[in-house]
Design a binder for this molecule. Sequence first.
Ligand code: HPA
Length: 278
Amino acid sequence: MAEQHNFEHYQKAADWLKERTAVRPEFAVILGSSLGAITERMTDTEIFDYSDIPGFLLPTNPSHAGKLVFGKMGERPTVIMSGRFHFYEGYSHQVLALPVRVLSLLGVKTLIVTNAAGGVNLDYQVGDIMVMSDHLNMVGVSPMTGPNIAAFGQRFYDVSKLYTPFLRQLAHETAATLTPPLTLREGVYYYCTGPHFETPAEIRAIRILGGDAVGMSTVSETLTAGHCGMEVLGFSLITNMAAGVLDQPLSDEEVGIAARAAADTMGALIEGIIARKG
Ligand code: HPA
């Protein structure tokens, strides 16, 4: 059977953090690649390297830092995961459950995930922010494969409202209050494992299947959050048009440039949502 962590493994990491910070976060934000600037919006920060947290995972991707940042965002206790983990790094989907389960043991009730994604919907433009209404996970994998840990949730669980409807509504309302006001897209995130970008034929198929954006992350996190009963809000930043839409090769560099350009807007949006949430 694939490597899998038990409850004690998650608890050890959570207890280590609880002994070292008094912050009891209600919100967690997981940052997508090159969106690290969002952490500058936190106040009263306490920062922990992933490498110091017992049993935590280590990012291998240079555009992802490896830090948990505790503090306040929009005056509310929050923890930011600056640096996430992906299947393409060699982690199994079961192992990818770890960070969100540790966040859950820290008391997090609302998870906000961000990612860089390719635009599949031809109405989208680079720089657009899409609220995730749902996802398509045709890879056929689940982070909850293996023995169920009932302390987190049930074996079989409903994901028909994984991306919490009232948070999606709050996202649109908050975007309209920003200066200048922002109009968000809303659509379906299609999960591909990467690390290659998709082929043009795959993108045409994804469009037919109902995907609006495509990316290599997030789904293991939101499925884990849904299992342990967290509310979830997801944002995809469209960093490039998906393969074959434009006659140009895709590159990580292009993704990084677009993500860094939008990080401040994404940060303002997330801060506003956290401040406004009841
Ligand atoms: N495909 C997959 N993942 C991505 C893309 C893409 O086009 N852009 C940013 N992350």
